[in-house]
Design a protein around this ligand. Structure first.
Ligand SMILES: [Zn+2]
Length: 516
């Protein structure tokens, strides 16, 4: 899917928002050869479609000189009136589970779910089996992604061999293999000395350490946030201090080593404060927050939203009703916190303490979640709900649309040092584009997820804001059925149609009906 033999695509009449370029205007975007060729109102925007087609024809004519091509190519106009066109979303933190846990997710299913969620680039975590602590496994993931992936996949390498926290990985070798950062996510490096060495190496390599901050001694046995809910239920809690003490340690080590540290899934008020202070002191720290930590509180584990008809139907036929009143789908690490924490996380987004929003997409099987709360796996399948969930913040006036887009595009691109090519609609950049309808309402139905992981606390939630199309390297990786009806495909007798078919896109078309 990453080859660039795409057909020219004119995305017409949308609101183009590219925070990296300070751009927010209604206009057109021309994509060809996998790249952004032109954008703006002045160059291509014309009062009527036929004129646009003529313009496009001229542009193409200048380049190819083939009349037959023109007849085919001029058909690819996507009407984006009323929609927002922005750089493709970048997810700094997800779990694609392959190799080793293909029953939870594969690179094919995970990246397809990512495309539906508007993500055109995802950074996959190293806790696979075998873990991404060696070149061969990283090559395997890259190879698989290039063959079966729907979006770009950038691997994150381990910090320590086997994620055991003892011996540092061959970090230079991993950097050479193309990792964008280092993390033992989920099994944080408990030894300060090992972490110090890792930061020394990552500093020399110019890559960030991506830090899952959790003092395992403090969080041990915890199931949910330590607070009034855990106390009332008599469940072991995970205190905010388990996260904050590790954030504090690693900020100190970042200062000592000069390394870039990226704090993953920040969840507490105290962490936001620590990061804010560190930034004021010039420590090279960046941070991310997840959609669920921005919108759900600890109460969610005991309070379900009103059951929707399809949930009721399922409750009858499955064990849902027998599952006590706890919702294992709200069990996540770090745990969902409090309203006060959410307020500080949103504030952190607005004042720049938190640069990025990342999903921490963590798909699990039904068996991993359909059990007692104590035994259930931590994690939320997040690709397909992230954007709808986040648009709630925009509609409630908590963050601006531009801020939201920046946190999903230009800012994460900077963190992994890819801002010249990713997270931007700059002319000449690879055409990774997300098109969404900010006002379209839809209801989450996990049965329709393309991800193998149906584990979401958002099932049955109504969201306002939906991804309508995702373009990866100039190719349409996902298109909503509604938008598809406004799109004119290439005529089948054209040269384009005779090209070798793209497997990934064909698979996408087959399954199209199932998730809209
Ligand atoms: Zn983590």
């Amino acid at each position: 899917m990453m080859n660039n033999n795409s057909i020219p695509l004119l995305i017409h009449g949308g609101r183009i928002v590219d925070p990296g370029q300070g751009l927010d205007q209604v206009g057109d975007l021309l994509v060809d050869e996998g790249k952004i060729m032109q954008l703006g109102a002045a160059v291509i925007l014309s009062p009527s479609l036929p004129v646009i087609l003529k313009e496009l024809k001229n542009l193409v004519a200048l380049r190819t000189g083939s009349a037959k091509d023109l007849e085919a190519k001029q058909r690819l106009v996507l009407d984006a009136t009323g929609l927002v066109i922005c750089p493709g979303f970048i997810d700094l933190h997800c779990h694609l589970r392959e190799p080793g846990f293909e029953d939870k997710e594969t690179i094919a299913t995970g990246t397809r779910a990512a495309a539906i969620g508007g993500f055109t680039t995802v950074c996959c975590m190293a806790n696979t089996n075998p873990p991404l602590d060696n070149r061969a496994t990283i090559d395997y993931v890259k190879e698989k992604a290039s063959k079966e992936g729907f979006v770009h996949v950038l691997p994150i390498g381990c910090i320590t061999k086997g994620r055991k926290g003892e011996e540092i990985c061959p970090m230079a070798e991993l950097a050479e293999a193309g990792v964008v950062g280092f993390s033992d996510d989920g099994d944080p490096v408990m030894s300060s000395q090992v972490m110090r060495s890792a930061m020394d190496y990552s500093h020399a390599l110019g890559l960030p350490v991506i830090d899952h901050c959790e003092d395992k001694a403090l969080s041990h046995g915890g199931i949910m946030n330590e607070g009034w809910v855990s106390a009332r239920l008599g469940l072991k809690g995970i205190p905010a201090a388990a996260e904050e003490s590790m954030v504090a340690r690693d900020l100190v080590l970042a200062k000592l080593t000069g390394a870039k540290v990226h704090i993953a899934h920040v969840s507490t008020r105290g962490s936001v404060e620590l990061i804010r202070q560190a930034k004021e002191k010039g420590i090279l720290v960046t941070a991310e927050v997840t959609p669920h930590h921005l919108t759900l509180t600890e109460e969610r584990i005991i309070t379900s939203p009103r059951l929707t008809p399809f949930q009721e139907e399922r409750a009858e036929s499955s064990q849902l009703s027998a599952l006590s009143s706890y919702d294992t789908n709200a069990k996540v690490n770090p745990p969902l916190r409090t309203e006060g924490d959410i307020k500080c996380l949103v504030e952190g987004l607005n004042d720049g303490v938190i640069e990025a929003i990342a999903t921490d997409h963590a798909p699990h099987t039904l068996a991993d979640k359909n059990c007692e709360l104590e035994l259930a796996a931590f994690g939320i399948s997040g690709f397909e709900t992230a954007f709808g969930c986040l648009m709630g913040l925009v509609h409630r006036g908590e963050i601006s649309l531009t801020t939201l887009i920046a946190k999903l595009t230009a800012e994460p691109a900077k963190i992994i040092g890819k801002d010249s090519e990713l997270g931007t609609l700059r002319v000449g950049a690879p055409a990774n584009i997300t098109i969404f309808d900010p006002d379209r309402e839809w209801v989450v139905d996990s049965r329709k997820f393309v991800s193998k992981g149906r584990n979401t606390p958002f099932d049955g939630y109504q969201f306002k804001g939906k991804v309508m199309a995702t373009v990866v390297n100039g190719r349409i990786a996902y298109m909503d059925n509604f938008l598809r009806s406004c799109f004119e495909p290439v005529p089948c007798h054209s040269e384009e149609a005779e090209r070798p078919k793209n497997l990934a896109q064909d698979k996408l078309r087959e399954g199209e009906e199932s998730h809209d």
